[in-house]
Write a protein that binds this ligand. Structure first.
Ligand SMILES: [Zn+2]
Length: 135
């Protein structure tokens, strides 16, 4: 009971801090296998925030999400119905869009103009200059 309660409270603290953001960067929610272990799958919280109407949290076959398996079994037994899923193509395209956005942001950061009179920026110039020479 104590573990279950702590797992539940972890969702809205650690699941917004630890992990990756494969589906959305609009909020701080993150996906983490480690946290999914303690939260019965809710650790795939980034997916949950982006596709809230999907009954699953861990949508990849290898992702630990016992809650989705229980819900699916209950549907097979006729105890629940109308399970909603996001089409696979929509999941893939969302992942690709976020990957592209993060790649663009990281490329933009390394090319952004710097102010040479600012000491903090000066060290960035030195770093960038060093990296360019090293490459
Ligand atoms: Zn959340």
């Amino acid at each position: 009971m104590v573990v279950l309660q702590h797992g539940t409270f972890l969702i809205n603290s650690a699941c917004h801090t630890i992990g990756r953001q494969p589906y959305s960067t609009r909020c701080s929610a993150r996906d983490s296998f480690f946290l999914a272990l303690f939260t019965f799958g809710e650790g795939y919280h980034n997916y949950h925030h982006e596709f809230q109407h999907d009954y699953r949290n861990g949508v990849k076959p290898w992702q630990w999400d016992p809650t989705k398996w229980l819900i699916w079994i209950l549907s097979r037994l006729g105890l629940t119905n109308g399970l909603r899923r996001v089409p696979q193509e929509a999941i893939y395209s969302t992942e690709a869009r976020v990957r592209q956005k993060l790649r663009r942001e990281s490329e933009g950061r390394s090319k952004e103009p710097v102010n040479a009179s600012d000491p903090a920026e000066k060290s960035k110039i030195d770093y960038i200059g060093h990296r360019l020479i090293a490459e």
